[in-house]
Design a protein around this ligand. Structure first.
Ligand code: PRP
Ligand code: MG
Ligand code: ZN
Length: 210
């Protein structure tokens, strides 16, 4: 039996479940259950918060997982990456209030920026020679400028509708992301064999879609 962690609810959830089904794996999914077993493959599926998935896979609580590169790289666990999955593409971007003055990234010098991705943001700012005051918050980042918590935000943009509805304007791309399959680095022989089977099926699904 191999244990897979996927996002419980969010941008990755639906496409993750779709990929598993396209691999020919059947299971019953109910929104209230946090764990389910496949009926025709030795697979157990855990439904977790995306931010928790890399850590659980690193620790072996889950054997494999599907997560955004944004979360994986932020947590410094990119060594767990096995395969890019090509869905849930998004970008980590800097945004300012619609009416705020902005020329280039140096406009942010000395300003405060709210984000859930302090490491990716710090790396980007350092590469540009900009020093800013990073405020780490775990959610609802886009509200920060309108309540005076920060001058700018750095958060995930997919369709862009969250930015628009919060009166924000995207000004810089910090990091580009997509879903990635990750695996614990000490899988036993049996689990490794199951991972290889899953990878083989995923590759077949991807080829069929081209
Ligand atoms: C991101 C971000 C926004 C949303 C943006 O959240 O925090 O809420 O996606 O998408 P949009 O441009 O299509 O409006 P994410 O899916 O990463 O969820 P999480 O922060 O709850 O983990
Ligand atoms: Mg998140
Ligand atoms: Zn501060």
């Amino acid at each position: 039996m191999i244990r897979l962690a996927i996002q419980k609810s969010g941008r990755l959830s639906e496409d993750s479940l779709k990929l598993i089904r396209e691999c020919g794996i059947s299971f019953i999914s109910t929104t209230s259950k946090l764990k389910t077993e496949a009926t025709n493959f030795p697979l157990e599926i855990l439904f977790l918060r995306d931010d928790d998935i890399p850590g659980y896979v690193a620790d072996g609580v889950a054997d494999i997982g599907i997560v955004g590169q944004n979360v994986l790289v932020e947590e410094g666990l990119q060594q767990l990456s096995v395969k890019n999955l090509g869905f849930s593409k998004c970008r980590l971007s800097l945004a300012v209030s619609k009416g705020a003055e902005y020329h280039d990234v140096t406009t942010l010098q000395g300003k405060s920026i709210a984000t859930s991705y302090p490491n990716l943001l710090q790396e980007f700012l350092t590469s540009k020679g900009v020093e800013a005051d990073i405020h780490t918050i775990s959610g609802s980042v886009e509200i920060a400028p309108s309540i005076g918590l920060a001058d700018a935000v750095c958060d995930i943009v997919s369709s862009g509708s969250t930015l628009i509805s919060n009166g924000l304007r995207e000004v810089e791309t910090v990091f580009k992301s997509e879903a990635v399959l990750i695996a614990n680095q000490n899988l036993d022989q049996e689990k490794n064999r199951l991972l290889q089977q899953l990878l083989f099926r995923m590759e077949a699904v991807q080829k069929a879609q081209k």
